[in-house]
Design a protein. Sequence first.
Length: 412
Amino acid sequence: MIRGATLIGRLCVALALIEPLLAQEWPQWRGPSRDGRVDALAVPASWPGSLTRSWTLRVGEGHASPVVASGRVFVFSRETGREVVRALALATGAELWRNSYVADYAVMPEASSHSAGPKATPLVDDQRLYTFGISGVLSCFDIPTGTLRWRIDTARQFDKRPLVYGMSVSPLLYRDLLIVHVGHEKRGALVAFDAATGKERWRWDGGSPSHASPVIIDVAGVSQIVCLSYRSIVGIAAESGALLWQIPHAAVNMPHAVTPVIYRDTFLVSGFSQGITAFRILKRADGWTTEEVWKNSALSISMATPVVSGDLLFGLADRKMGQFFCLDARTGETKWTSTGREGETAALLATDRHLLVLKEDGSLVIARTDDRGFEPVARYQVADNPVWSLPAVIGRRIFVKDAQSLAAWQWR
């Protein structure tokens, strides 16, 4: 009886740990709120000396980040000329289903250091999974079975001409609308599709896509999509697609790749050699406008989207071959910078107390969200190949997609 009771007790504890884990999700680019916040992280009292790799699976090339929902991990990649989407069991990595299609794509000479794999992160909505391929193929799959619900080759309306570095804009969901920026450097459109059917609901034809993904901010009761086109920052009404405001912001030497960051009633943007700027959206009698709240010209970001924790902004600046920094998000004041040589890019996530920094070299750095300096408290090697994608973090687990494989790591 005692032995049986002990076993039942252990099972209850195991179920108590598993059920909340399965209830948590990482459904899109930069997590549940699309802001890099990791509120579902089970932070240990002290970080262990090492992490345990639960499983790893070779899935093919690409930089699309994994997403998690319904006890499954979804990964989007490229193998032998096909774009492949897989559903994997969260605990074991066992393949539950896969779907693939022929995806013709040739890497342009300017992007020779990049692979032909997809870059845009999938999005999960209820029983549907959406992917946006590197050449502009937008697909909707049934989550339980992997059956294709609808597909649109968005490049057809733009003469099949892709962006130099391929489509990188991660889809955005607003109510029943799936919003994607399509096209190439010369011509493009921000388009809202019916999420269930793929039917076009509205379109803004005013700008070519960059490589930065759009976000939503609510101002005076109006939901607005903040989007970096190739030459400007725009605010688009999420309900109708109407242009509300526009700020000149032409790319310099390389296209925009940093997703706008929302901080309270402002949004923060950056670009290669363009500093970091905070804007506020204002509603006036004659319409919408914006004002510059602050600008930090000393620090610029070309690739790694920064993250807010409290009133602090943490990121990786371009100078000194990659330099971590902390700014006061209220004023733009630089609080600290690291010594440099941290790499070309990094994926940054944050809790109230910790930064999770996944570097290009496959190392995961845990640091304090402190305004006094860069203070790592733990370092782990979680990939042997280069990493350009954001990890998915659920409970005590972190899912890392490197150049070829997906791995699940956890701590006790």
